[in-house]
Ligand binder design. Structure first.
Ligand code: ADP
Length: 411
């Protein structure tokens, strides 16, 4: 039995084929530039073989066809072996606190959530429709980015705005990257060799987009992204937390419309805005080391936002057992990790400089706190696809609690 995991974005489809028992990644890759010139299909396999070819790909249905062709490759692959397809779905609104089998009703509800995630949910839905058509016998499962954060209490998710906005438009904090926060929290419990139910964790997913979560007793009780992924930490090109009056002020001053402002806050702000040049942390770290003052400031602003969120979440949880770094920056940048943890000795955090420097490349889980540190700090490479595969398999077998299924989405 095999499980196919699909992550459909607006112009790409990432995929991974897993054998079910034991769960093992067999083939994975991406269809790039869907609906654009020079589309490509890249495939890797566990045996170390790879391919990279030019393809014609006008839409998501064609992309899923290409995925199936890529999986088959030169082998005699039987598409009938794919028992289930797990789909990443970005926004599940307030309706989905766990993964679910896809049926007509679920599709209608995800469609309704498209208004909340107009860039993400429509391609997710296109992928689901294509997979249902092309693999009609496979069980289809949706795994939501927002689901893990549905455990937040109202005082975490409600904004101090007119109550009618929540009632009419469901304007509230949802949070994103939930699958990643869930995965690293479960790994942290295994690495600390303590029950997740007893742990207070701050998980930091820092990539181009970045979010933090306070995970107490295995549940997300607060997170930094909000109604949209624009809120919270300083990101590559997104502003994160700012005074809401600032965009209104600039709008009036420069006569900008909402669409232009949306672009500025999402694509021209954050580290790119501060440096005027870079959103890639590698370039910023390098330029800062070479004396570029804008890049030095940008790093200081980013690290300060991380430090603030760690302190705030420790306060919310009444203490802290571990801090977990993940995603592109979290797994690779000793400088940003050190900056995020600076002066946090009072919380019981002591970084081991040498271990921190060694934790690059994202290949291993590594403890980077010193042996005497009361709070452990870990770098844990994220694996959202594995969670999607496990949750999907659990839906097929109906076995949600046997060893190996560590995730709570499906329960
Ligand atoms: P996305 O949010 O697009 O999934 P990723 O999780 O892949 O992002 O993270 C991308 C970020 O990771 C980029 O800003 C990149 O600079 C950063 N990154 C990757 N390797 C390093 C490194 N060695 N040092 C610093 N930053 C790195």
């Amino acid at each position: 039995m095999e499980i196919l995991v699909l992550n459909c974005g607006s112009s790409s489809v990432k995929f991974a084929l897993w054998s079910a028992e034991p769960l093992r990644r067999l083939r994975w890759g991406i269809v790039e530039r869907i609906g654009l010139a020079n589309s490509r299909l890249l495939v890797n396999d566990a045996g170390g073989e790879g391919s990279n070819e030019a393809v014609d790909c006008s839409d998501h249905r064609r992309a899923v066809e290409l995925v199936l062709a890529g999986i088959a490759g030169r082998r005699n692959h039987d598409a009938g072996a794919i028992a289930a397809v797990g789909h990443r779905v970005v926004h599940g609104g307030e309706r989905f606190a766990r993964s679910a089998r896809i049926d007509e009703q679920l599709l209608r509800e995800v469609e309704r959530c498209s208004e909340l995630a107009p860039l993400h949910n429509p391609p997710n839905l296109a992928g689901i429709r294509a997979a249902r058509e092309l693999l009609p016998r496979a069980v289809q499962v949706a795994v939501f980015d927002t689901a893990f954060h549905q455990s937040m209490p109202p005082e975490a998710y409600r904004y101090p705005l007119p109550a009618g906005w929540y009632e009419k438009y469901a304007i509230r904090r949802y949070g994103f990257h939930g699958t990643s926060h869930l995965y690293v929290a479960h790994r942290a419990a295994a690495l600390l060799d303590r029950p997740l139910e007893q742990l207070r964790l701050v998980t930091l997913h820092i990539g181009n987009g970045a979010s933090a979560a306070a995970v107490a007793g295995g549940k997300s009780i607060d997170t930094s992204m909000g109604f949209t992924p624009l809120e919270g930490l300083v990101m590559g090109t997104r502003c994160g937390w700012i005074d809401a009056a600032v965009p209104l002020w600039v709008m009036r001053k420069e006569g900008l419309d909402a669409a232009r402002l949306d672009t500025i806050l999402n694509r021209e702000s954050g580290l790119l805005g501060l440096t005027g040049r870079f959103s890639d942390r590698r370039e910023i770290v390098q330029a800062a080391a070479a004396g570029d003052e804008r890049c030095q400031l940008a790093l200081a602003v980013e690290c300060r936002s991380l430090r603030k969120v760690i302190g705030a979440y420790a306060a919310l949880m009444g203490g802290l057992d571990a801090v977990i770094f993940t995603a592109g920056v979290g797994e690779n940048s000793p400088e940003i990790r050190a900056g995020a943890l600076r002066q946090l000795d009072f919380l019981g955090i002591r970084l081991d400089g040498e271990r921190n420097r060694q934790a690059v490349g994202g290949a291993h889980e590594l403890c980077i706190s010193s042996p005497g540190s009361r709070v452990q700090v870990w770098v844990v490479p994220t694996d959202e696809e594995r969670v999607i595969a496990e949750d999907t398999l659990a839906q097929v077998t109906g076995r949600f609690d046997r060893a190996g299924f560590r995730y709570s989405f499906s329960r």
